[in-house]
Design a protein around this ligand. Structure first.
Ligand code: UD1
Ligand code: CA
Length: 513
């Protein structure tokens, strides 16, 4: 953070006296070319809105005050600000009469007389905090009246040009539509990000004319006014012009998204994350990934997602606000608001919903949905199950196609499965119900009463076999022919019909690995 140093006459060490700083974000425009009901600055881009990115880039300035000029979609923008930047002041610019007009209105909400004002267009989401900081540091260091962030771009179409004199000093900023052909040929553009001396800016804004092609008050005209008045102005050239890219339509938004994706992926790879296919890995700027984690292709990490060290995620995984513990694996799955414990395994094809919490080394396998439930340490739900509002104990085994029947049409109820319990396949656990520690549930049961620890719960009707039914009722079918063949073979071998087994198999837990 830039600071002015004062040395006291008594020789005591200098103390740093920070400048007062105000940030003004211009976000009143409609963004017509977005063709959207959503104001342009509220379009999302890898974890933040465009406006959210700009505010984040300004964050390290530690401004005393942040003013956001709102206009189109003002109520939506205000609501968003209340969420992401509750300390910011929204100022309404009812009519968009130009960037100069917008800043003039913004400063009416700023009581301070002096200090630095940083103005940022609301639609430059790739802007880095370091760049804003460098601009402001240069500006304050030189005591300039105004400093503009400029960039040399391959295609300056539509942007304001930086016009310099023979000595290379800024002369003025000219909008493309007001520019001469020679000025239009310039490729050094105004990024729409500036630092100003507050007192001098206030004075200059009062002198803006609307004598231009759009009949608007141009903030950029302030530079020409300062130059004419002999006030010092500066140009700070961005090291990477990509940071200054604005967003006017959805094609440009998609382009910015790819650029930000690459930036984010590169940063994680440099901290020790393996990203197998960076082109299909989309990590929100708000997500984090631990060292030696492996992200396979088609992986999206969104919101507050945290992937632990050495975890393996992907291919084909979307994680939203989900925590994945160290060395866990998540394969071809979707999770939102879930927790996957250390060494746990998820998928392929699992769906973890809010408050699904998998403890260490738990397994949630194929075509399994889990919601608002704890799956205990080492417990397994390997196949084709719905687990809702349940607590599953350590090392319990939930057989294939088990349904935790949590909803009675009006209320949701909980199911508890104790440690080491074994629930056979195709079981309905009709909540509220409890399966005790070490208890078994016979495959195909529909339980509505508790099973005590160590007991076997079984609710199936006894099996009965009706001999000869197929030959009598389905003559001429494939089954009838097979039955006939089996009967003849049985008679040949034993001289009598094959007898059905009397025993009732009650097991039926799925094979699990
Ligand atoms: C502006 C600059 C141009 C620069 C470009 C960078 C001016 C006159 N020109 O042009 O030199 O190269 O940005 O992108 O400033 N806004 C308001 N109220 C208004 C007008 C605009 O809040 O009355 C906001 C918009 O929502 C937007 C920003 O200001 O966030 C810039 O406005 P825009 O119309 O995009 O300015 P440009 O013509 O692109
Ligand atoms: Ca623009």
């Amino acid at each position: 953070m830039a600071a002015r140093l004062f040395a006291f006459p008594d020789g005591s060490p200098p103390v740093s006296q920070p400048h007062r700083r105000t940030v003004v974000v211009l976000a009143a425009g409609e963004g017509k070319r977005m063709k959207s009901a959503l104001p342009k600055v509220l379009h999302p881009l890898l974890g933040r809105t465009l406006l959210g990115h700009v505010l984040a880039a300004a964050g390290p300035l530690r401004a005393d005050r942040t003013v956001v000029v709102v206009g189109h979609g003002a109520e939506q923008v205000r609501a968003h600000l209340a969420e992401v930047a509750p300390d910011a002041t929204a100022v309404l610019q009812a009519e968009q009469l130009g960037t100069g007009h917008a800043v003039r209105i913004a400063l009416e909400a700023v009581p301070e007389a002096g200090g630095t004002v940083v103005v940022i267009n609301g639609d430059v989401p790739l802007l880095r905090a370091e760049t804003v900081d460098a601009l402001v540091t240069a500006h304050e260091g030189e005591g300039a009246a105004a400093t503009v962030l400029a960039a040399e771009v391959p295609d300056p179409t539509g942007l304001g040009r930086i016009v310099r004199d023979a000595a290379g000093r800024l002369e003025q900023i000219v909008e493309e539509r007001d520019a001469t052909p020679a000025q239009r040929a310039l490729r050094e553009i105004n990024a729409g990000i500036y630092a100003f001396d507050l007192a001098r800016l206030r004075a200059a804004l009062g002198k803006l004319s609307t004598d231009n092609d759009q009949g608007e008050e141009y903030l950029t005209d302030v530079f020409g006014l300062f130059v004419s008045a002999g006030e010092p102005v500066g140009v700070h050239v961005a090291a990477d012009h990509v940071e200054t890219l604005g967003c006017n339509d959805r094609v440009e938004l998609a382009g910015l998204r790819r650029l930000l994706r690459d930036r984010v992926n590169e940063a994680w790879m440099r901290t020790g994350v393996t990203i197998l296919d960076p082109a299909t890995t989309w990590i929100d700027v708000t997500a984090t990934v631990g060292r030696d984690a492996v992200l396979d292709q088609n992986t999206q990490l969104r919101g507050s997602t945290v992937v632990g060290a050495e975890a393996v995620v992907g291919p084909d995984v979307t994680l939203i606000d989900t925590v994945v513990g160290p060395a866990a694996t998540v394969l071809r799955s979707h999770a939102t608001g879930a927790e996957v414990g250390p060494g746990a395994s998820v998928g392929p094809y699992a769906y973890l919903r809010p408050a699904a919490r998998l403890a260490e080394k738990a397994k949630v396998g194929t075509f399994v949905e889990v919601k608002n439930s704890e799956v205990g340490p080492g417990a397994k739900v390997p196949h084709l199950s719905y687990v809702g509002d349940a607590t599953i104990g350590a090392k319990a085994n939930i057989g294939a196609a088990t349904i935790f029947v949590n909803y009675d049409g009006v209320n949701k109820h909980r199911t508890v499965v104790g440690d080491g319990a074994f629930v056979g396949c195709d079981t309905n656990l009709i909540a509220p119900v409890e399966v005790g520690a070490g208890a078994y549930v016979a495959a195909g049961s529909a339980l509505s009463q508790d099973v005590p620890p160590g007991a076997l719960g079984v609710t199936r009707a006894p099996q009965r076999n009706i001999e000869g039914w197929v030959l009598r009722n389905r003559p001429g079918t494939v089954s009838a022919r097979a039955a006939e063949q089996a009967r003849t073979a049985g008679e040949d071998a034993s001289g009598g019909p094959v007898s059905a087994s009397e025993g009732e198999a009650i097991h039926g837990g799925a094979e699990t690995v």
